[in-house]
Design a protein around this ligand. Sequence first.
Ligand SMILES: [Zn+2]
Length: 169
Amino acid sequence: MANYRRSDAKLRFFAKVVKTDTCWLWTAHRGPTGYGRFKLPGRDSPVVQAHRWSYEHHLGPVPDGQVVMHTCDVRNCVNPAHLRIGTQGENLKDMRDKGRHVGNPQGVREWMRLNAPKLTYEVAEEIRGAYAKGGISQRELGDRYGISREHARDIIARKRWAAPPASSA
Ligand SMILES: [Zn+2]
């Protein structure tokens, strides 16, 4: 866990929040998907999702592999009363069902595909490395890299991107 004082984090957090009658709105930096981003105090501390930090601060740890979802559909809301635990699959489905993916009516996967790193041999090696380490499924890797599960499986099986491109030098 990051090395910072909990009270510092709390002060820093609430300095960026405006509480309305319903939602608590994150007013600082927001990532490309519209979620608030919170830099934990201290040099080298990570940037975390603001709503996730709020959930953990108020309600307790998020189980491994689970995500924090909004019941209010306001992505920069950090009110713990509007947050609940779900799986990433549920979250993606929820976002798709509600058609609220920022700037892209075609939904989450399309957005992820557009924003995924361009597939190269190096990226394929990264995918194989992540899978070999364990703890992540082919589908999750596919989602993370904006490709289908089948495509991820083929990369892992070295049916695709098996070798670096021939050097033109
Ligand atoms: Zn809310």
